[in-house]
Design a protein around this ligand. Structure first.
Ligand SMILES: [Zn+2]
Length: 354
């Protein structure tokens, strides 16, 4: 098995493929669902539990970690893997999305973007190079370049202008990455909003660079599901077949199935743990059900009969409903374990079918 991405099998009835991606912390079998640990922790779930759930790789976030506790501190602690006690692959998002979605005050200039921290209002600058520097200090396996995530509903003109800056930043990032002595991977990030011509232009511009893989950004940003599916189905097959393809921010079962059929390999989403903290769980038919409902008061069944997760093997819906009502901390953990396992099992099953 070589360093890089190997396609092991392709489906006959769709664009789906099985692959294996090398990273400095081991191989990842794709398609793969990546649980999100924004602040160097998957909310409510401990690293050993994640391993038990079959998580192969997790996501963390450069914006959040650069602001708190700081990438220098994490480097001094031995890097992100040692700091959070996770010895498997980690992908770090660049923080572009957070700069442009969390921040009302920001200014783009020729070198990058200046923004105010959402924590204390302090001023910070992100540039294509220093975002790579942050990720090198974190020591993540897969890095993402700084980009502008144009909000849903933006005009063609605005989306085009943002995309031109993103392309310039990514060219700078890839040149800088190649000048470094690192085996960390760097993915390119396709933008272009909901416009087919801009998406095509973004693919054409970015695939000229020697990125380790390619991501589709700017989906799951509030658009109707039909638009999301159209972008995934049209853009994914345009990406180089010999590189991994990552659709950012999707994790609902109905979206994962569409993306895998379109030939995508990697996915991340905060929803399984966020839904769990609100008492919601995945059940058969991919429904999202609130366990707070009175009908579960005496229900002796596990969340999902047949699920092999720690929670379903031990606890009844009635008990979990009680934990939620009593505001016990273990409720969020037990529901998160089920929801994360549900998505990992789903993607594992889809991978096996290819
Ligand atoms: Zn379960």
């Amino acid at each position: 098995m070589h360093r890089g991405f190997s396609i092991l099998k392709t489906a006959t009835n769709s664009n789906a493929r099985r692959g294996r991606l090398w990273t400095p912390h081991g191989y990842i079998d794709t398609p793969v669902f990546m649980p999100v640990g924004t602040q160097a922790a998957v909310k409510g779930v401990l690293p050993d539990q994640l391993t038990g759930l079959g998580a192969q790789i997790i996501l963390s976030n450069t914006y959040h970690l650069a602001l708190r506790p700081g990438s220098e501190l994490i480097q001094a602690a031995g890097g992100l893997h040692a700091f959070m006690h996770w010895d498997h692959p980690i992908l770090t998002d660049s923080g572009g999305y957070q700069v442009f979605s969390l921040q009302s005050q920001r200014a783009i200039d020729s070198e990058g973007v200046v923004f105010k921290s959402h924590l204390d209002g302090s001023k910070h600058r992100f540039t294509p190079k220093n975002v790579i520097d942050h990720q090198v200090r974190l020591g993540s396996d897969i890095m993402m370049p700084l980009d502008i995530c144009t909000p849903y509903g933006a005009s063609h003109k605005q989306t085009d202008a943002d995309m031109a800056i993103t392309h310039r930043w990514e060219a700078e990032a890839v040149d800088y990455w190649q000048s470094l002595d690192t085996d960390q991977l760097l993915f390119g990030l396709v933008q272009g909003g909901m416009f087919d011509d801009l998406r095509q232009a973004s693919v054409a511009a970015l695939t000229q660079h020697p990125f380790s893989g390619f991501a589709i950004g700017g989906v799951s940003v509030g658009e109707p599901m039909a638009d999301m599916h159209r972008i995934i189905e049209t853009v994914t097959p345009q990406l180089p077949p010999d590189k991994p393809r990552y659709i950012m921010g999707i994790g609902l079962p109905e979206n994962l199935e569409v993306a895998i059929r379109a030939g995508a390999d990697m996915f991340d989403c905060v929803l399984p743990t966020r839904l769990a903290r609100h008492g919601q769980v995945f059940m058969d038919g991919h429904q999202r059900v609130s366990l707070k409902q009175a009908k579960f008061k005496l229900d002796p069944e596990p969340i999902q009969p047949g699920c092999d997760c720690y929670t379903c093997l031990r606890f009844s819906r009635a008990y979990l409903r009680h934990l939620i009502q009593a505001r016990e901390l273990s409720a969020a953990t037990l529901l998160s374990i089920h929801n994360v396992r549900y998505l990992i099992r789903l993607v594992d099953a889809l991978r096996e079918q290819i």
